[in-house]
Ligand binder design. Structure first.
Ligand code: HEM
Length: 120
């Protein structure tokens, strides 16, 4: 993978994550008539996180099976489910927001604790 594509994928991955995070938290408080638009945005952002992550996994690690990648996939699955849950389970918003934060912190920590490229 050339350095430009690599840099682009990192930016893409993180920008999609920012959009996913922002709109997921909006989903906990947004009015019901915003549901369709918010779920469309989080759905697309989530797909872009996954695709950019898979492309980096392939390009950097040749799809080597590593625990931290599967951990991130688990966090990603939880985060992807969250905006739908946020509109339906308003009574559990506080708990679900804590779960969302924990999933985000876990996914970011996995990279910096276990990615062999980033630990020295
Ligand atoms: C909730 C979801 C996720 C979060 C919060 C997250 C976060 C991050 C962060 C912070 C980086 C580091 C960028 C850097 O400083 O180099 C990164 C890189 C990466 N992510 Fe994700 N990610 C998520 C989901 C995924 C998924 C689902 C995959 C794979 C299927 C994935 C694969 C990767 C790969 C391969 C890298 C590049 C590591 C490297 O350059 O050595 N990520 N991610």
């Amino acid at each position: 993978m050339n350095p430009k594509e690599f840099a682009f994928l990192h930016i893409f991955h993180l920008v999609a994550l920012l959009v996913l995070t922002g709109y997921t938290f909006f989903a906990f408080a947004g009015p019901a008539d915003t549901r369709r638009r918010v779920l469309a945005i989080t759905g697309i952002a989530s797909l872009l996180v996954l695709l950019s992550g898979i492309r980096m996994w392939q390009g950097v690690f040749g799809f080597t099976a590593m625990g931290w990648i599967f951990g991130k996939l688990g966090c990603w699955l939880g985060l992807t489910a969250m905006s739908g849950l946020a509109f339906r389970k308003r009574e559990s918003a506080n708990t679900l927001m804590v779960v969302t934060l924990v999933l985000l912190i876990a996914a970011v920590s996995l990279v910096y604790l276990f990615d062999p490229r980033l630990i020295h």
